[in-house]
Design a protein around this ligand. Structure first.
Ligand code: NZQ
Ligand code: ZN
Length: 386
């Protein structure tokens, strides 16, 4: 196991009525002006906006609205939000939405208190913000786990990069599974697949010997697989929704990463695909993962064989290690089909094949879980995904 330091700044309120409990207890710690940041309006249709604003008024807060945060939030939107925070002297940002709203808010929280351009600061000067407008997160779409980490994925339309930027941690997170009830089925499943992806990208990192983090990761993966199936039988299954919501937070709150160097090569490829096509994150991952792992499993046969046994319950029954490892990758590919996710970029609606070269040329190459890929092999993988 690698050395580590672990502490957690985000307080989690989970379950029915969590927003009332959280806002009543937490908002007294912050100033009067609260900016509610949200997306394209789903929270206005489903009543969450009214409920949250009611709680803000009960807490005697002045409300500033910042709306229109798009899926795959842009850097321009971050700048718009930061300008509003400065203009209205906002004391606290309350992000109400999925990963996109929470991510955008994390970087607004950093950009609003510095004259420096956060993108340049992080990517050119390799300096990271240390001061933020405090913020909280109310999750309405789970999967990314954005509520429990300080990373944000932002699309810079000028530079054609979709990249991880470090911003604020939420002081508290509200996870009420009932808030996800109006989320379209496609988004529920693609969010849950994103969680599975976070677990896999961590699991296949290094070190190669199995750690406690890997064993916890296996439990989270089994849980996600089981509860996606349960939810597809009954989208009203609140227990399955609750499990998936907590699994989502567990996937990205750092616990599975303790003592590990993660891989995240699938994410690096998918993010650049997103930069060029604005595609859905979970869907992109569902297409990429099985193809990527077919290129990798032989180099990491021990861990892929473990994955087959412990995530998918595949029995060894005379299989060689490589055959078992391959069966695990096949089980993942079969699962993608079973849960109705796309298996090709074409099925996702991506028609312009010329983006593949651009993605291969611009995506980050990770240290590699068991195999460091070349740009040529990434292009091959992308072509196999088409
Ligand atoms: O904008 P509104 O109208 O709210 O609609 C949203 C949006 O269209 C809708 N939605 C959310 N809650 C709803 C709802 N519709 C009905 N009822 C509700 N309760 O869902 C759509 C998608 O929302 P979005 O926030 O984009 O989805 P998701 O949570 O999957 O977030 C995706 C973004 O997070 C990044 C992705 O790259 C992508 O940009 N990620 C962030 C990570 C992180 N910070 O840790 C890690 C991930 O790997 C990921 O990269
Ligand atoms: Zn993800």
């Amino acid at each position: 196991m690698n050395d580590f330091v672990y502490s957690y700044p985000t307080k989690v309120y989970f379950g029915q009525g969590a927003a009332k409990k959280a806002l009543t207890a937490e908002l007294v710690k912050f100033g009067k002006t609260v900016m509610i940041a949200y997306g394209g309006g789903s929270i206005k249709k489903n009543g969450i906006f009214d409920e949250i604003c009611g709680l803000l008024r009960e807490a005697e807060k002045e409300i500033v609205e910042f709306s229109g945060i798009m899926p795959n939030p842009t850097y321009a939107k971050v700048q718009e939000g930061a300008a509003l925070v400065r203009e209205r002297k906002v004391d606290f940002i309350l992000a109400v939405g999925g990963g996109s709203v929470i991510d955008c808010s994390k970087i607004i929280a950093a950009q609003a208190v510095t004259e420096e351009d956060i993108w340049n600061m992080e990517f050119m000067e390799h300096k990271y913000p240390t001061e933020f407008v405090p913020m909280g997160a109310v999750v309405t779409a789970s999967g990314t786990g954005a509520e429990m980490n300080s990373g944000a994925v932002i699309t810079n339309e000028e530079t054609k990069q979709k990249a991880g930027v470090l911003g604020a941690y939420a002081a508290f997170a509200v996870l009420d599974p009932a808030y996800t009830m109006t989320l379209p089925e496609k988004q529920v499943i693609s969010g849950a697949f994103d969680t599975l992806s976070h677990c896999m990208e961590t699991y296949f990192g290094s070190p190669r010997e199995t750690t406690l983090s890997d064993e916890i990761g296996e439990a989270v993966m089994r849980n996600v697989i089981h509860n996606i199936r349960a939810l597809l039988k009954d989208m009203g299954d609140m227990n399955a929704r609750s499990e998936l919501m907590w699994a989502s937070a567990m996937g990205e709150n750092g616990i599975l990463k303790i003592g590990k160097v993660t891989d995240f090569q699938a994410h690096q490829i998918e993010h650049q695909l997103g930069a060029y096509t604005d595609c859905n994150h979970g869907q992109g991952l569902a297409v990429i993962h099985p193809v990527l792992y077919r290129h990798m499993y032989q180099d990491g046969a021990d861990q892929f064989a473990r994955f087959a046994r412990n995530a998918w319950g595949i029995l060894e029954e005379g299989k060689t290690k490589e055959e078992l490892a391959e069966a695990g990758v096949q089980a993942l590919a079969d699962f993608v089909k079973e849960i109705g996710m796309p298996v090709t970029f074409t099925e996702m609606g991506i028609t312009d094949k010329s983006v593949l070269q651009k993605v291969a040329d611009s995506c980050n190459l990770t240290a590699g879980c068991c195999k460091k890929l070349s740009r040529e092999e990434i292009l091959e993988i992308l072509e196999e995904c088409f």
